[in-house]
Design a protein around this ligand. Structure first.
Ligand SMILES: Nc1ncnc2c1ncn2[C@@H]1O[C@H](COP(=O)(O)OP(=O)(O)OP(=O)(O)O)[C@@H](O)[C@H]1O
Ligand SMILES: [Mg+2]
Length: 229
């Protein structure tokens, strides 16, 4: 039997997608996955909260509009419960096997939404990340920046097109403009604090324009040869 995990397997790369609700993370992540697979790169696509059977149950609890009166600290703890499981069960094994992990949201979302939006502060989030996540850092984070109104409008249009009683993931989208303003400010602060890791991409253009910007950052990180169109 040939083992796919030789001791010389190079560690994979961990790439996360961040930004406000509706900025286009899931759309762009799928486009990156397709582009890398076309070049025979082994890609794992996953998301937070979620990514494991346990995590998906936690996701349902967190995003369902029917979950009422969830205390901000409970919300924070649930986000990290999902993440710790996800790292152990999916992310670390894939990286150890040399794969490229594309993850829709990670700890920057917790810092932005729970730290900023819910005003729990960055320090609590970063401390929990150290304790519960072994301080695992993405090799690259694509931060898709757009203005508040545009993102929220996109998310609402998308939700209207996808009317489904069982798939109600709008709990955060019901938050106020001020909430999303705080979320965006924390995202911008993270990008300024960690310019080596975070690549800011303008998400206001067409999906194809945004995709090209993202692929430039991904190719640089993975050291793939740039394709000339
Ligand atoms: N430049 C762009 N990049 C990605 N999506 C875009 C762009 N321009 C318009 N769109 C549209 O905006 C919507 C983005 O939705 P998507 O589900 O990808 O966002 P998201 O960031 O994953 O949202 P959420 O945080 O709620 O999961 C899609 O309907 C997509 O077609
Ligand atoms: Mg999404």
């Amino acid at each position: 039997m040939i083992s796919t995990m030789s001791p010389h397997t190079q560690r994979g790369k961990f790439i996360t997608f961040e930004g406000l609700d509706g900025c286009g993370k899931s759309t762009q992540l799928e486009k990156v996955a397709a582009a890398l697979r076309a070049e025979n790169v082994l890609v794992v696509v996953t998301r937070e909260p979620g990514g494991t059977p346990t995590g998906e149950k936690i996701r349902q609890l967190l995003l369902d509009t029917g979950t009422s009166a969830l205390a901000p600290l409970s919300e924070l703890a649930l986000m990290f419960a999902s993440r710790a499981q996800h790292i152990k069960e999916v992310i670390q094994p894939a990286l150890a096997a040399g794969q490229v992990v594309l993850c829709d949201r990670f700890t920057d979302s917790t810092e932005a939404y729970q730290g900023g939006g819910r005003k729990l502060g960055s320090e609590a989030v970063l401390e929990l990340h150290r304790i519960l996540c072994g301080d695992l850092q993405p090799d690259l984070t694509i931060l898709m920046d757009s203005d508040l109104a545009a993102s929220v409008a996109r998310a609402r249009r998308r939700n209207q097109a996808r009317v489904s009683a069982e798939n109600d993931e709008n709990r955060f989208e019901q938050e106020s403009r001020a909430f999303f303003g705080r979320v965006r400010n924390v995202y911008l602060a993270i990008a300024a604090r960690e310019p080596q890791r975070v690549a800011m991409v303008d998400a206001r253009g067409t999906p194809e324009e945004t995709h090209q910007q993202i692929m430039n950052a991904v190719r640089r990180k993975l050291k793939l040869v740039t394709k000339t169109a």
